[in-house]
Write a protein that binds this ligand. Structure first.
Ligand code: PHE
Length: 459
């Protein structure tokens, strides 16, 4: 209530797209998408992913924008305002908790990218064998202090942008960082596809082999769609609440989704042609960018320079995403708990950093501490770092499911239409399709994916 008067907005279309695409484009696109594509066999997996994005990603993103802009509030306050006195606000609450958890490990992985920027600048990959590069990565992430050092720097930068607020912080930095990201990735794609032997990598990305498509691949495609589009935890509700009333929400959701998907694909084109050109396996898993790629760069002319570009790209992508995750929690503590932006940012960022620093030890001194997680039909023992990553993987679909149900069933449909059309200014011809997607298709698909990944159906 108190903060209603001074609530900020994005200044215009460009600012919204830069900030929302900045949120969506992150480690998910450049680190995770390529490695799961590599693990699940390439092109066929990409097609399933595109299908999930179009059918479930876009409607859920639009739903988040609708809720946020209609209420002009944070992820929890939005539900309280639109559906007062109902338990719907729990949806936002799950989101804020998911944001908190995600940022704790996201900051750690982002810190790894800074260490790799440093290694690239000081030319420390050259002369190493593939085994040494792999060993160094393992040794680095299991160190007690060094990952935290970089995490603290990364979180401090994130917090200093969020303290600046919506226009002067988030929008301003996104508008600077996103074009940089685009230029770097285009240079890298160009370098990769012009290498001798790149064509095998292109084939891997473009020629679908459906025999490689497994059920776990499909589950992972949908799960990743949520992560990559920043859905299910209220980030897009929060950003939606900063969109002015006369902007076209449907168009915005589509543009942000296209930008996110394009960058993920470009990351694939920057990575796989080079990986194949040097005869390296594409299925390295999470180590793909931190182990496989330094090897690739080592064998490339001017490799140190391209390595530097690549890790700067990763760090920039991570930064605009972490800004949005922090903003999601800060908007909540600011508006619901009544702390001001500065106090919110400092307290939230600090406690998240501490949690992340503890989780990071799961890769090192606490690696023998294993906690069970029900996944794939059995209790799997995981270290605390992996446990929290798995937890957030499960939370996003649950959040997305509830948001779709809320917009499909919980909100007055006239309100939904008025929000998307800005009270008649724009058309919403796809409403009947949207309505079926959020009411039935998205919830059913998400529920199926969620339950089957927990209980290990269709293995
Ligand atoms: N979308 C971001 C990425 O691809 C991560 C993210 C998830 C950001 C959820 C906000 C919310 O890396």
């Amino acid at each position: 209530m108190v903060n209603q008067i001074k609530r900020e907005n994005f200044s215009g279309k460009l600012g919204i797209i830069a900030a929302a695409a900045g949120s969506a484009i992150g480690l998910g696109n450049i680190w995770k998408f390529p490695y799961i594509t590599g693990v699940y066999g390439g092109s066929a997996f990409i097609l399933v992913y595109l299908f999930c994005i179009a059918l479930i990603g876009i409607p859920v993103m639009l739903s988040e924008f609708i809720v946020g802009r209609n209420a002009q509030k944070n992820a929890v306050g939005s539900f309280k305002k639109i559906a007062p006195g109902t338990p719907w606000f729990f949806t936002g609450f799950i989101g804020v908790i998911a944001a908190y958890v995600i940022l704790s490990f996201y900051g750690i992985v982002a810190g790894w990218t800074l260490q790799y920027v440093f290694l690239a600048i000081t030319n420390q990959f050259s002369g190493l064998t593939p085994d040494q590069i792999g060993g160094n990565f393992g040794a680095f992430i299991s160190k007690p202090g060094l990952p935290i050092f970089w995490q603290v720097i990364f979180m401090a930068v994130t917090a200093s942008v969020v303290i600046g607020g919506v226009k002067k912080g988030i929008e301003r930095f996104s508008k600077i960082l996103m074009p940089i990201l685009l230029v770097i990735i285009i240079i890298l794609v160009f370098r990769s596809v012009t290498l001798k032997g790149a064509s095998k990598g292109l084939e891997f990305l473009l020629k679908p082999d459906f025999s490689k498509l497994t059920v776990p691949a499909i589950l992972s495609a949908l799960g990743h769609a949520f992560f990559s589009l920043s859905l299910g935890m209220g980030t897009m509700i929060t950003y939606g609440s900063y969109i002015k009333k006369d902007e076209n929400l449907g168009q915005t959701a589509i543009q942000v989704t296209i930008a996110d998907t394009l960058i993920a694909l470009l990351a694939g084109f920057a990575i796989f042609p080079a990986v194949f050109a040097f005869g390296i396996e594409p299925s390295a898993g999470p180590g793909l960018v931190f182990v496989t790629l330094p090897n690739v760069f080592n064998q490339m002319p001017f490799g140190a320079f391209f390595a530097l570009l690549f890790f700067v790209l990763l760090a920039v992508a991570a930064l605009t995403s972490s800004i949005s995750i922090l903003e999601c929690v800060v908007a909540y503590t600011d508006e619901e708990l009544g702390w001001d932006r500065k106090k919110s940012t400092v307290v939230v960022a600090l406690t998240i950093t501490i949690l992340g620093a503890i989780l990071s030890q799961g890769n090192g001194i606490l690696s023998s501490l294993k906690i069970p997680f029900l996944i794939g039909g059995k209790f799997e023992m995981m270290n605390i770092f992996d446990w929290f990553i798995t937890l957030s993987d499960q939370m996003l679909p649950v959040g997305g499911l509830l948001i779709a149900l809320f917009v499909g069933w919980g909100m007055k449909q006239q309100m939904v239409k008025d929000e998307v059309t800005s009270n008649g200014k724009f058309s919403f011809r796809l409403y009947p399709i949207f309505n079926v997607l959020v009411k039935v298709v998205a919830p059913a698909a998400i529920a199926l994916v969620f339950l089957s990944s927990i209980f290990g159906w269709f293995k």
